[in-house]
Design a protein around this ligand. Structure first.
Ligand code: GLP
Length: 239
C-alpha cells in the first residue's frame, strides 16, 4: 500500500482528483468505480472544475457506483443516485447511460444484485476504484461481519453505520435499514484502488485497515491483499 499524507482536505481532494484525471487521460474509455459520502465531495468538485475549464473530458468514461440504499429512488435527495448527480454527473460531460448505480427501488433486490453483477462483468471490471471508509471499517456497504460476501448483495446496515449516516437524514428513523452493495470481490478485482480518509474520526478505522490483521470485522483490511492500493489521508497514521 502506498500512503500519501496531505496537510488539508483540499490537498487530499486535489491529489485524488489528479490521479483520477490522469487515469481518464491515459484511457478515455476507462471504468471508474465511484463512492459516495462526504469524503469524495472535494474530489468531485475538482473533477467538475477540470471539466468546466476544458482540461478534462469524461465523454467516453463509464462509472459504476459502489452502493445504494434500498427503498430510495433517484429523485429522493438522500439516494446515492441523487448524490452523484448533484455532486458530479451534472457538472461533467459524462453520458447518463454510462453511469451506473444499483436501483434502490428494484422490486426484487436479489435480482437487482444479479443484474449489477452482470453489468460489472460486461463493463470489463473497474480500472480505478475510489473508496471512502466507514468509522467501523466498512467499504461500500460491506459491513463488519464474521464473513464477507464476494458478489453484489443486499446488506442490513449496522446500527453504527445508520447513526453515522443519519447526519444526512432528517432523523435516525429516516435512515434506511438496507442497501445494495458491490461485494469485496468486485472491489478487490479493481485494477487500482484509491482510498480516501479525512478527519481524526477515521484514524482508528484506517489504522486497523492498513496496519491491522486482515479481518472481516474490518472489511477495509482486505485491501492489504490488493497489489495496487493508494491511501490518501489528511492525518498522521503513526501518532
Ligand atoms: C457510506 C458509504 C461508504 C462511505 C462511507 C463514509 O456508508 N456507503 O461508501 O465510504 O459512507 O462516508 P463519509 O465519507 O461521509 O465519512
Amino acid at each position: 500500500m502506498r500512503i500519501i499524507k496531505k496537510e488539508t482536505y483540499e490537498e487530499l481532494s486535489r491529489c485524488a482528483a489528479d490521479m483520477i484525471l490522469a487515469a481518464v487521460r491515459e484511457k478515455p474509455e476507462c471504468v471508474l468505480g465511484l463512492a459516495t459520502g462526504s469524503t469524495p465531495i472535494g474530489t468531485y468538485d475538482c473533477l467538475a472544475a477540470a471539466c468546466r475549464e476544458g482540461k478534462a473530458t469524461f465523454r467516453q468514461a463509464k462509472t459504476i457506483n459502489l452502493d445504494e440504499y434500498t427503498g430510495l429512488g433517484e429523485n429522493d435527495p438522500q439516494s446515492y443516485r441523487f448524490f452523484m448527480e448533484e455532486h458530479l454527473f451534472r457538472h461533467i460531460d459524462i453520458r447518463r447511460e454510462n453511469t451506473h448505480i444499483p436501483n434502490g427501488l428494484a422490486p426484487d433486490a436479489a435480482e437487482e444484485c444479479k443484474r449489477y453483477e452482470a453489468l460489472y462483468e460486461r463493463l470489463g471490471g473497474i480500472d480505478l476504484q475510489l473508496l471512502g471508509i466507514g468509522q467501523n471499517g466498512h467499504i461500500g456497504f460491506n459491513e463488519p461481519s464474521r464473513a464477507l460476501e464476494a458478489g453484489t448483495h443486499v446488506v442490513e446496515l449496522s446500527e453504527s453505520t445508520r447513526i453515522a449516516n443519519s447526519r444526512n437524514f432528517a432523523s435516525l428513523s429516516a435512515v434506511p435499514h438496507g442497501a445494495i452493495t458491490l461485494g469485496m470481490g468486485g472491489i478487490l478485482k479493481a485494477r487500482r484502488i484509491l482510498l480516501l480518509a479525512s478527519g481524526e474520526q477515521k484514524k482508528e478505522a484506517l489504522r486497523k485497515a492498513v496496519h491491522g490483521k486482515v479481518d472481516p470485522e474490518v472489511p477495509a483490511s482486505f485491501l492489504q491483499l490488493h497489489p495496487d492500493v493508494t491511501v490518501i489521508c489528511d492525518f498522521s497514521l503513526t501518532l
